[in-house]
Design a protein around this ligand. Structure first.
Ligand SMILES: O=C(O)[C@H]1O[C@H](OP(=O)(O)OP(=O)(O)OC[C@H]2O[C@@H](n3ccc(=O)[nH]c3=O)[C@H](O)[C@@H]2O)[C@H](O)[C@@H](O)[C@H]1O
Length: 425
């Protein structure tokens, strides 16, 4: 019968056996035991050093912000430069499409603006950098950071007394949620809570206006969509996270007295837009001579969207900020009821996707190669149509740009930004 030693160590590779005997002889000697002990101590010390290196590494990764110069930039950018009724606004997602436009509009009228953006690569980050450059030229400072970094948020609130937060940072896109569901939870749920936690603890608390979405209406068939319609049938994870955001913000309003306004955006488009959206990617493909895929509903029914031009949405955002009312709490304690509002920001005139394509063809002077396919079950809804009477009543929201005019402006920007030839590449 083979011994235990022979079971554990193979008999054929003789070298292995010999080493094993040598190992036993070494261990038997006291001096070698001492050496082993020293070796173990050295190993433990290296491990502890590694741990501390990792900790300092974490600090290093978040230390792209901070320091005297950085703080001065934040303070300067947050400063209100008009005499009456100015506000100091933290704009999250400031290098994004809507965020960059809102930041510029606020700055133009003399409000203080500090942006924050994590510059993720959901779409070409160079477009986000270009928007950032535009903001920098207009004396708006954008912090490169994530809203999940609560230390950074606390620091920002310590050095700049924001009166308002315009929360636009989010994982956008309806269909991408099937590819990367975690990113929606990270930004739209965890990031939102991280921001609300810091806002509720700050003193004074800011009023918060944030981007919800028309997608919360989901499978609702009653048109036009009113804020009081049911929103408990989301068709995508994106929509579900936006709906969850409405519920989460409600609890912070209820428990801590934060003033909350949720804006349900309807397919916002325009210059400096998002390359993942249909009007944008269609433009690129049409110029490059590539086919575009146009979705259709059941029985070949065209899909339709209440496309809303960026300048109209910006007016809605600013109207919401101006009428938000104050948060009532401070330092995490509620002192009384605070406003909780939800508004549709749409255009009230849906246009079918093939009509939108025809408008692009006209402005680009190029015919599109269209492939019509049945709408895949990937989170899309067949149509959207906003009732905007609440926003009109509350802050005079009145969209003035129809899709034809808005796309003309978009195409003009697109060609100036990418160039006609580059757009074709
Ligand atoms: O209002 C919102 O809350 C959302 O608006 C936007 O979503 P959507 O309205 O779905 O816009 P978008 O993707 O441009 O598709 C437009 C139309 O083109 C159709 N579509 C799309 C792609 C394609 O390849 N083919 C196609 O026919 C498609 O079926 C649809 O009918 C924002 O992206 C989203 O982040 C959110 O803000």
């Amino acid at each position: 019968m083979p011994s235990l030693e022979e079971e554990l160590f193979p008999s054929t590779p003789g070298k292995f056996k010999d080493r094993n005997r040598h190992f036993h002889r070494c261990f038997a000697s006291t001096s070698n035991m001492f050496l082993w002990a020293l070796f173990l101590i050295a190993l433990t010390a290296s491990y502890l050093c590694f741990q501390s290196f990792m900790d300092s590494g974490n600090r290093y990764f978040t230390s792209t912000w901070g320091g005297h110069h950085w703080e001065r930039n934040v303070i300067n950018s947050a400063q209100i430069r008009r005499s009456h009724g100015g506000m100091s606004v933290l704009v999250t997602g400031a290098a994004g499409f809507v965020g960059s436009h809102v930041s510029l509009a606020l700055k133009k009228r003399g409000d203080g603006v500090v942006g924050i953006d994590n510059f993720n690569n959901y779409y070409d980050p160079s477009l986000k950098k270009a928007r950032k450059n535009l903001l920098t030229q207009n004396s708006i400072f954008i912090v490169d950071g994530d809203i999940n970094d609560s230390k950074l948020l606390v620091k920002l609130f310590d050095i700049a007394r924001f009166t308002h937060v315009m929360h636009l940072a989010a994982q956008a896109g309806v269909r991408y949620a099937m590819e990367n569901p975690g990113s929606y939870i990270h930004s739209n749920i965890a990031g939102l809570v991280s921001l609300l936690e810091v806002c509720k603890n700050s003193n004074p608390q800011p009023a918060i206006v944030w981007a919800s979405s028309s997608s919360v209406y989901g499978l609702n068939e009653k048109v036009p969509f009113s804020e009081s319609d049911r929103t408990d049938q989301p068709a995508s994870l994106y929509a579900a996270t936006k709906k969850a955001g409405e519920e989460i913000t409600h609890t912070y309003n209820h428990i801590y007295g934060l003033s909350i306004t949720g804006l349900r955006f309807f397919t916002v488009y325009g210059p400096w837009g998002r390359p993942d959206m249909a009007y944008f990617s269609f433009t690129r493909n049409i110029l490059q001579g590539k086919p575009i895929t146009v979705y259709r509903g059941k029985n070949r029914v065209d899909l339709a969207r209440d496309f809303t031009y960026i300048d109209d949405v910006v007016k809605g955002c600013i109207g919401s900020l101006d009428t938000s009312g104050k948060s009532t709490g401070s330092g995490g304690k509620k002192r009384g009821p605070a406003p909780y509002r939800i508004f549709n920001l749409g255009n009230t005139s849906p246009v079918t996707v093939p009509m939108m394509v025809a408008m692009l063809e006209k402005h680009l002077k190029v015919k599109a190669k269209k492939n019509f396919v049945v709408m895949p079950g990937n989170g899309d809804v067949p149509f959207t149509h906003a009732n905007i009477s609440s926003a009109r009543k509350e802050f005079g929201y009145k969209p003035t740009t129809d899709l034809q005019t808005g796309l003309k402006k978009f195409v003009k920007w697109y060609l100036s930004y990418y160039g006609y030839d580059q757009g074709k590449l």
